[in-house]
Ligand binder design. Structure first.
Ligand code: FCB
Length: 450
């Protein structure tokens, strides 16, 4: 075992939670099997031009049919936890009313399989695959969906709560609101900033009401939310660039973290929104600002902002990027975590709930993938988490995005984030070199414990 691996492992406490992450629509497939209802992503994939390679989630990684094999794969990595999401339309096809026994049974098998292998389950309620039937009634733009979501969460808690090590309300509400309802590049593909801001408010409100409802029913597992946040840095030191970076940070990060931790929307963003600001009812902000047991942070890159309005392209600026064109900047993760700690003194334990990279991943003649770039990415970002720990940020866990190559939303299957390669013709899974590295690293973490 290499010294550097051991040195990195020793920087983490023994109870630090290591895991790998996936989401339902990206891996399950079986979209028309076992009574599952349609989701907004099934519909969106059928819109011409919506998905770069014209693909869809009908088969994806066929995880629904390969559950046992995938659980063995997860166990073979030596992780302590698995982050996955529950497909709302699989368990409650119309998003309200009747539950689907076959869908619930699938997650029973998943949870029992994890428990048999000694792996803790970290579930997300909404990783974007809203039942299409609810979208037909207004989706997240409608306040009724808030209440349907709370009912869905209560059903999940009643059935599965005692087997969960963590329950997340929403994954990346900014993506749902802004990419889904303002830019229209993700499901449901709508283009209205006013609607997007109302959606963001409803997502936050449904989060807060869910925490209250689940706690009232005696939920014991840790409850939280997952945000995609990145440091926004000014392109230059000029006051106009600094102001632009501050406002961009406001729209993408403080719009979510301020109401969650302080019970207020940021005034600068509210003013900037003008007539697009959401309708907020009395008591909503108090309902949103529930104490959380953890905050999940998904980190991939930083943003460099200029007053010109054009995002600065890192590749053109000669910086290293992943296959998504996202700058590789591990220090940004430490900076972001320190900023969260400075802004919110009561910051709960923080899990990095996603971190990883898409890379070209050429497959060698013998079927192996030597993804040194991904291993380096993971190693440097894990070190960035250790830096944040050293500086007093209450870090609790780190989960790699992703367990295996999967349906990368509007990019289809063209972008591969997995530490396990998936051959989409045979659906064979082959661990990449990065998976072997993670295994060795987690082994070093274990050894340090003994
Ligand atoms: C995040 C998503 C996740 C995955 C990664 C690359 O925004 O939560 O599902 O697509 O990006």
């Amino acid at each position: 075992m290499s010294d550097s691996l051991q040195a990195l492992a020793q920087r983490f406490p023994s109870d630090f939670l290591w895991g790998v992450a996936t989401s339902s629509f990206q891996i399950e497939g079986a979209t028309q099997v076992g009574g599952r209802g349609a989701s907004i992503w099934d519909t969106f994939c059928r819109q011409p031009g919506a998905i770069a390679d014209g693909s869809h989630g009908d088969i994806a990684c066929d995880h629904y049919h390969r559950l046992e094999q995938d659980l063995d794969l997860i166990a073979s990595l030596g992780v302590a936890c698995y982050r996955f999401s529950i497909s709302w339309p699989r368990v409650q096809p119309l998003g309200q009313g009747a539950w689907n026994p076959a869908g619930l049974a699938f997650y029973d098998r998943l949870l029992d399989g994890l428990s048999r292998r000694g792996i803790r389950a970290f579930a997300t309620l909404n990783h974007w695959d809203l039942p299409q039937a609810l979208q037909d009634q207004g989706g997240w733009g409608s306040r009724d969906t808030v209440h349907q979501f709370v009912n869905y969460a209560r059903g999940i808690q009643a059935r599965f709560g005692d087997r969960l090590a963590g329950l997340t309300t929403h994954n990346e509400p900014w993506v749902v609101a802004t990419l889904g309802h303002e830019q229209g590049v993700f499901a449901p593909g709508l283009k209205s900033r006013c609607l997007a801001m109302q959606v963001s408010h409803h997502l936050l409100l449904s989060h807060g009401l869910t925490l209250q409802a689940l706690r009232a029913e005696g939920a014991r597992e840790p409850l939280g939310i997952v945000l995609n946040i990145a440091p926004c840095e000014p392109a230059t030191d000029r006051p106009e660039d600094r102001a632009a970076a501050r406002l961009a940070d406001g729209h993408a990060r403080r719009w979510y973290t301020d109401p969650l931790f302080t019970g207020r929307y940021p005034e600068d963003v509210w003013a900037d929104l003008g007539p697009d600001a959401p309708k907020v009812q009395p008591g909503d902000l108090a309902d949103i600002a529930q104490p959380m047991d953890y905050l999940g942070v998904n980190y991939y890159t930083r943003h460099i902002v200029s007053a010109q309005g054009q995002p600065v392209d890192p590749q053109a600026a000669g910086r290293p990027v992943t296959a998504m064109g996202w700058e590789i900047y591990p220090r940004g993760l430490t900076d972001l975590l320190l900023q969260l700690k400075a802004d919110y003194p009561g910051l709960p334990p923080v899990h990095i709930t996603e971190n990883g990279g898409a890379f070209p991943d050429p497959v060698a003649a013998d079927g192996t993938v030597h993804d040194q770039d991904r291993t380096d990415y993971l190693r440097h970002h894990i070190a960035a988490v250790a830096d944040a720990l050293d500086r007093g940020v209450p870090m609790a866990g780190y989960m790699v995005w992703s367990l295996m190559d999967n349906f990368e939303w509007a990019s289809g299957y063209a972008k591969r984030f997995g530490i396990v390669h998936v051959d989409y013709t045979t659906l064979a899974r082959t661990p990449k070199a990065s998976a072997r590295w993670l295994q060795a690293f987690l082994h070093a973490c274990q050894a340090g414990r003994g």
